[in-house]
Structure formats: structure tokens, C-alpha cells
Design a binder for this molecule. Structure first.
Ligand code: GCU
Length: 607
């Protein structure tokens, strides 16, 4: 959410970029010396009289008599993109304000427009160009951009200053506690990109599940100053092209018959070139065409039932540990999922970087994306709703042309109060307004019967979920693995059931009898019992066990076992396979074999 909310440009991925990655000067500022007057705690006037304290004015020591008490030129540097926690040992646990400064030069030809884009800053960002505030953004995992062509210095370098604040507050999303590390900083790419005066700002194009030989969508042009313009859409591999004429607001909804094409699927992740041209702007994307829907308890991909062989993934390179952000990081994480014989990944618990959905498109992995409406955030506060809605809108706008993405998840383990359910209902409406087709879900808590003999999903949002998803830890946080064999489930027979989390902790290499908690044998035993329970359920259509890899978290404090790591990974931080890894891999191999002969992975004995 930005005070100045310029719209996001679709598909900057294939537009030429001027990268601002590299060494940025930084100043750690826990007392907000560079932002507030210490006598009244008010922020310095963004564009008021010059002061020698406001860091965003990027002052330099003018000489030996100058007593200015900061100077980015004399400050240390760190890599952007990159969280500060893993780069500077003394601020590994730091939560607060760090200032960043990058200088750059750019010549902009007449008639061209220039944008500055951040793929993510965690959590709050104030962005200043040449001492003037461009805007404030809130949200740690979603892209934002500013148009800056009119603010460039032409005769000297430009000063780009970013104030980053990652403090958890009662009005942030996520809120005061999470089971992951609060990596702060400019955690993803920062770059400039140019466009002509008139350009394609946004579009969406996908098959219509009601009429799969037809693609429907819209195109949004920017800069046409209220004049209708002709937009050319071309799919060269399909030898098809269309001319669309926008209305005076620059938008055109359309549907078009597509010739026979290869539908995108995990088995055949076929992407097609989609070329747009308007006035002097040409841009290209690669889009997969597929349909996704549910029919009773089945999930249909291109009209065929599919079982989601998934795993939950955090956006972290555990071996360092640090926030993941690059294509190489995506290749590593998704490579582990493919080795597990997954056809699906749950990107928990916040929007991952764009490389994940793009690479899933290329590899043929279906994707669940999620916003960090996580545990007990402050559902009563309109600021919290606005932060959740803006992160959700940015995620859907960024990734809605990715065939791989089939689920938008709007919450994880949230209390089923009336206020929360109304909050989620509004978020679901945000999704439906931007994307008519994908499945909407949320990872819900189970309801246990009074006699402890059965589970159900009484959470009211289950009725609003296309995919009924449940996190449960029977055999770990409650009960024992044996209890899985007797547990009955009462589920809606008319909806697919997805086990979004189960798991157990075990440091890699820790062995002992299976009854001993924290051993790999215990973790493997729990997986066997959980899978045997789940496959008894008639509507069981997939799972994303918690979690692919151990990850950092300040919530896990058992010395010698956790040491601020969550040990539920199927892999250790260095990719070490634990015994449970093979249990899940064997199950997915069996599922794949059964699906090949048109069978659901039901257990032999009846439910
Ligand atoms: C919860 C939560 C995860 C957490 C996990 C655990 O279900 O969704 O974020 O890490 O349980 O307790 O390990």
C-alpha cells in the first residue's frame, strides 16, 4: 500500500531494465535521527527547509568546518538486493530503520517516460529522489513503482535514498509474530525502465473455463490522454493476430477464438509468445494457456482431475541463511520440489519473488500463492485491512498471467471470529474483481469433536473456499502418530480437500527409536501415519506438507535441537535428505502411478 499508489506495470520482466543492484551505502538508525525532530518526534518536513539532520537530503561534509553528523559517502555499503540480517552480523536480529543510498545518472530522451521499480522492500519504505519524497510503501513482499522522468537531474548524479523500517507493529501484515525470520531491507531487485509516452500498462489473457477454445482478457494502455488507440495483439506461434481499439480510458476487454493450441500442464508446460504493440511501444510475454476449476470434490486442470503432489516452501536460502530473490535461488528451491516428484508448490506465507512463478511456468509446477494474513493480526483495524488488500492486489496483478498459479490463498491459521471472516470475505472479493477463474483458498484450522474422535472444518470460511484447506499437526502438537489411524474426518463431500500442512521436527542426522521425538525416525513415522489417514478421505485431492527445508525463526528456542531454526524440513539447511523425504517421495510416486491409470490415491481399505 503506498500513500501514492501509482498502478503497477504488467510484465516488466521482459522490458529492458537499468539495474540499480549493487553496493548501496547504508546507515543504521534505531532512534530515527535522520527522520524525526527529537524534541517533538515529528518527521522532518519532507520538502521543508534544508536541515543538516534529515538523511533523505543526502548531505555531504562540505569541509573540515562542516559538522554534519551523517554522510552516506563515508558510510559502509551492503549488497542490494539483499536482506541486512545476513550481510551485517551486528544487525542479524535488528528490527528498525536502516537508510540506503544509491547514486545514478540517466539521460532520458524527449518523449520517453522513466519509472523506478522496487520488487520488494520489507516492510515500510519511504523513497526519496534528490531530497524529495516520491512516496511511502507498506508491504514487505510486493512490488511498487514511481514515475520519475520529470524529477531527474540531468547535469549531475541523482540521489536515491530509501528509509526502510521492518519493525513489527499491531497494524502491520504480518503482525507481531511469525514463524519465520523478519529479514529487513531492500530484499529484491531495484531498477529503472523506460517506456514511450503511450504504452501497454497492464493486460490479462487466459482461456475461459466455460468455453476453452476462447481466450478472454483485457488490455490497459497508459498515456493516450483520453484518446482511443489501436493495440495489436499477436501470437506468432499460433499465427494469430488481432487489433483492439481501446476506449477513452485506455482499456479494452476482449475475447478471441484461439486455434488449437497445446494446453499448459505439468506434463507439457507449453508457453506461447504473446506480443503487444501500441504506438511506439512493443512488449512480449510468454503465457501458458490452461483452465483450472473444481467439479464436486475434483480439481480439474484442462478438464481432467489432478492430485496436487505438493510441498510448502519458504523464500529462503537456508544454507546461508538469507532471503531468496534470484532466478538461481528459484531454480534451487523448485529443483528440490521436482526431486520430490512434486507437481505443486505452496509458496508460504507471503508473495515470493516473481522468479518463482515464472520458473514454475517453465518447469510445469502448479503454484499456491499466499499473502501474510497470518495468525492473530489486528482484523479490527482498517489500516491492517488496507495493507492486506494492497499486498493481495499487487500479487494478483503481478502474477495473474502465470498459468502455473492456480490458487490464491488469503490467510493462514486465522481465528474464525466474525470480524476475521468478514475481513477474508472482502479480500476474496478483491481477488474475484481481478481474476475470475483461479481457486481461492485459505489454510484453516481443524475443529475437533468433543469426544476427540473426529475432525471437521467448521470454520465459516470453508464455505467460501474453492479448495478447502486445513493445517493440522495430529501426532506432533497434539496426540501421537498412532492416533492418525483412528481419527475420522467429517468433510464436505462436494468440495476438494487439501492438506495444506502437517509435519514434525527433526534436526538432520539425529537418529533414535521412532518413539523418540526430534529424531528423523519419528518424523518419518508421522509422515507414514498422516498419509495413511489422509488417503482414507474420499475428497483428499492433495497436500503440501510442512516443510520442504529447515528455516530460520526466532520462535524456535530449544537449544541443541532448534537454535532458532524450525526443524520440520524434509531437507536440512544444506539440502540433507531426512528419512521422511523418502516417505513422501514414495507416496507421490505411487500417486503418479495410480493417476496414470485414472485412480485417486485412495487407501486400500475403505474410509
Ligand atoms: C503453522 C504455521 C507455520 C509454522 C508451522 C509450525 O501451521 O502455518 O508457519 O511454521 O505451523 O508450527 O512449524
Amino acid at each position: 500500500m503506498s500513500d501514492v499508489q501509482p498502478p503497477l506495470t504488467q510484465n516488466t520482466y521482459y522490458r529492458p531494465r537499468i539495474s540499480l543492484s549493487g553496493d548501496w551505502s547504508y546507515i543504521v538508525d534505531p532512534y530515527e535521527t535522520g527522520f524525526r525532530n527529537q524534541r517533538n518526534w515529528k518527521p522532518f518536513q519532507e520538502n521543508g527547509a534544508p536541515t543538516d539532520r534529515a538523511f533523505f537530503q543526502d548531505r555531504h561534509r562540505a569541509g573540515p568546518a562542516d559538522r554534519v553528523e551523517y554522510d552516506f559517502d563515508a558510510s559502509p555499503t551492503m549488497q542490494v538486493p539483499g536482506d541486512w540480517n545476513h550481510q551485517v552480523e551486528t544487525i542479524r536480529y535488528y528490527e528498525g530503520v536502516v537508510w540506503f543510498r544509491r547514486q545514478f545518472s540517466h539521460r532520458l530522451a524527449a518523449g520517453r517516460r522513466l519509472f523506478l521499480r522496487f520488487e520488494a522492500v520489507n516492510y515500510e519504505a519511504h523513497v526519496y529522489l534528490n531530497g524529495r519524497l516520491l512516496g511511502r510503501h507498506v508491504g514487505g513482499f510486493d512490488p511498487f513503482e514511481f514515475e520519475i522522468g520529470g524529477r531527474l537531474r540531468t547535469e549531475e548524479t541523482n540521489s536515491l535514498v530509501v528509509r526502510v523500517n521492518n519493525r513489527r507493529e499491531r497494524d502491520t501484515v504480518p503482525g507481531m509474530t511469525t514463524d519465520w525470520w523478519n529479514y529487513g531491507g531492500i530484499t529484491r531487485e531495484v531498477y529503472l525502465f523506460e517506456t514511450p509516452q503511450v504504452f501497454v500498462r497492464d493486460y490479462h489473457l487466459q482461456l475461459d473455463p466455460e468455453d476453452p477454445d476462447t481466450a478472454r482478457g483485457f488490455v490497459q494502455v497508459d498515456g493516450a490522454a483520453g484518446e482511443p488507440v489501436s493495440v495489436h495483439l499477436r501470437l506468432p506461434e499460433l499465427k494469430t493476430e488481432h487489433t483492439l481499439t481501446t476506449a477513452d480510458d485506455g482499456r479494452k476487454e476482449f475475447s478471441l477464438r484461439l486455434p488449437q493450441l497445446q494446453r499448459w500442464s505439468p506434463a507439457n508446460p507449453r508457453l506461447y509468445k504473446v506480443e503487444w504493440a501500441v504506438a511506439d511501444d512493443q512488449t512480449m510475454d510468454r503465457i501458458g494457456f490452461r483452465t483450472i476449476e473444481t467439479q464436486g470434490p475434483d480439481i480439474l486442470l484442462n478438464g481432467e482431475p489432478i492430485f496436487l503432489r505438493g510441498v510448502s516452501i519458504h523464500e529462503e536460502v537456508a544454507a546461508v541463511p538469507r532471503r531468496a530473490y534470484s532466478r538461481e535461488d528459484a531454480a534451487m528451491l523448485l529443483g528440490h520440489a521436482r526431486e520430490l516428484n512434486c507437481n505443486f508448490v505452496r509458496l508460504a506465507h507471503y508473495p515470493h519473488n516473481e522468479n518463482m512463478a515464472r520458473m514454475a511456468d517453465e518447469l510445469g509446477l502448479l503454484v499456491w500463492e499466499e499473502i501474510p494474513v497470518y495468525w492473530g493480526i489486528n482484523y479490527e483495524d482498517p489500516v491492517v485491512y488496507a495493507a492486506a488488500a494492497s499486498q493481495l492486489e499487487a500479487l494478483v496483478r503481478r502474477d495473474r498471467n502465470r498459468a502455473a498459479v492456480i490458487v490464491w490463498s488469503i490467510a493462514n491459521e486465522t481465528p474464525p471470529t466474525e470480524v476475521r471472516t468478514e475481513f477474508l470475505g472482502r479480500l476474496k472479493a478483491v481477488v474475484r474483481a481481478l481474476d475470475p477463474d483461479r481457486l481461492v483458498s485459505a489454510a484453516l484450522d481443524r475443529t475437533e469433536s468433543a469426544d476427540g474422535q473426529s475432525y471437521s472444518l467448521e470454520d465459516p470460511f470453508a464455505q467460501d473456499s474453492d479448495l478447502v484447506s486445513c493445517n493440522q499437526y495430529l501426532g506432533w502438537y497434539y496426540g501421537t502418530p498412532e492416533d492418525c489411524a483412528r481419527m475420522e474426518w467429517k468433510l464436505d463431500p462436494g468440495k476438494p480437500f487439501f492438506a495444506s500442512e502437517f509435519g514434525a521436527g527433526a534436526p538432520a542426522g539425529r537418529h533414535g527409536p521412532r518413539e523418540e521425538v526430534w529424531t528423523e525416525e519419528h518424523q518419518a513415522w508421522l509422515y507414514k501415519e498422516q498419509l495413511a489417514m489422509l488417503r482414507r478421505l474420499p475428497t483428499f485431492r492433495g497436500c503440501s506438507p510442512w516443510v520442504m527445508m529447515d528455516f530460520r525463526t526466532p520462535r524456535r528456542n530449544l537449544s541443541g535441537v532448534q537454535d532458532h531454526w524450525n526443524r520440520k524440513g524434509l531437507l536440512g539447511p544444506d539440502g540433507q535428505k531426512k528419512l521422511a523425504w523418502q516417505v513422501l517421495r514414495d507416496f507421490y510416486d505411487e500417486v503418479e502411478t495410480m493417476e496414470a491409470v485414472g485412480k485417486q490415491p485412495r487407501a486400500e481399505h475403505s474410509a
